[in-house]
Ligand binder design. Structure first.
Ligand code: PRT
Ligand code: ZN
Length: 286
């Protein structure tokens, strides 16, 4: 049988859609009609295992899967022998301490002697140890946000993204323990063949990530402002400049990073740029 890279992804849940989309954007399609535990792929020697996210680090440590996609929160909590190889930019959240909205938070010392409910006992105890706080960790398996309301704990540590779950339960976020996003993890002892496949896969992931973070921009610039406009555009090497049919005008093409986007667009307009078009980039290889 030909060699394949075995990847474990979440079976269903918050990371599933983005994981499958990442594979698709890397040109890797899932073949239909395979059972729900495993899928074969088109266009890349890969086999996908669908698992609960909590189990993925163990499967990667045991080499049942060569690589896996999992939240950093789960990766650090499970503390398995595996290695992070790439941040993936989705599934962003933070693991935070929250207390009743009416309580006055006085800093980490507030937690001394308190009862903290969480599904992340390992990360919470590391946090308490680091801050030399003695507190009681109460491990529960879900619905952590209701614990203070029913008298089970004084505080909680849970994942937060928009903050609306905390708000609806009368809680406020007071401390961030970990910022997390989905990551690609790998087994620590991959063979040479598997490593070569992983490198190929990573090359594609990086091209997709770059493309997602950048936009292609086209605009018309009056020649007498051209120099000023070009100085605002980073471009991959330098912007492309082509003469327009109308005398005195040029077309300028470049690539902008998402973070600088609105800022630069405003400056370009103020400098006399017209007909600004911004289009998504599908893949970007530098
Ligand atoms: O079945 P399985 O065990 O695979 O899934 P799961 O239920 O354990 O995990 P799932 O699908 O809920 O989340 C998978 C991963 O998504 C997590 O491990 C995180 O890495 C990431 N992620 C990103 C989140 C959130 N954002 C998030 N907001 N995981 C959970 N939440 C929950 C949080 O626990 C809380 O209940 O959403 C609620 C808070 O959201 P806000 O928007 O109200 O703040
Ligand atoms: Zn889980």
């Amino acid at each position: 049988m030909a060699m394949k890279l075995k990847i474990a992804i979440q079976k269903s849940g918050r990371l599933y859609d983005d994981s499958v989309r990442l594979l698709k954007d890397c040109g890797i399609g899932l073949k239909d009609g395979v059972n729900k535990l495993k899928a074969e792929c088109d266009n890349f020697p890969m086999e996908i295992y669908f698992l609960r996210d909590d189990d993925i680090p163990q499967y990667v440590e045991d080499a049942v899967a060569d690589v896996g996609i999992v939240g950093e929160n789960v990766f650090y909590e499970k503390n398995k022998k595996a290695e992070i190889v790439e941040q993936l930019g989705f599934g962003k959240c933070r693991l935070s301490v929250a207390i009743g909205r009416g309580e006055e938070y006085t800093g980490v010392d507030y937690l001394k002697g308190k009862k903290i409910a969480t599904t992340y006992p390992v990360l919470v105890s590391q946090f308490l140890e680091k801050n030399k706080i003695n507190a009681e960790i109460h491990e529960i398996s879900g619905s952590v946000e209701i614990a203070p309301g029913i008298g089970l704990s004084d505080a909680i540590v849970d994942l937060v993204s928009s903050g609306s779950t905390l708000f609806m339960n009368g809680l406020k976020e007071v401390e961030t323990i970990l910022r997390s996003e989905a990551v690609l993890i790998r087994n620590e002892q991959l063979g040479a063949g598997q490593c070569a496949l992983l490198e190929k896969f990573l090359f594609r992931i990086r091209a997709v990530k770059k493309a997602r973070n950048n936009k292609y921009i086209l605009l018309n610039a009056p020649n007498d402002r051209l120099e000023e406009i070009i100085s605002m555009l980073p471009g991959m090497k330098s912007p492309t400049v082509l003469p327009l049919a109308e005398a005195g005008w040029s077309s300028v093409h470049s690539v902008l990073h998402e973070n600088d986007f609105w800022d630069i667009i405003e400056k370009l307009k103020a400098a006399g740029a017209q007909g600004i078009l911004v289009v998504p980039i599908e893949k970007m290889v530098i």
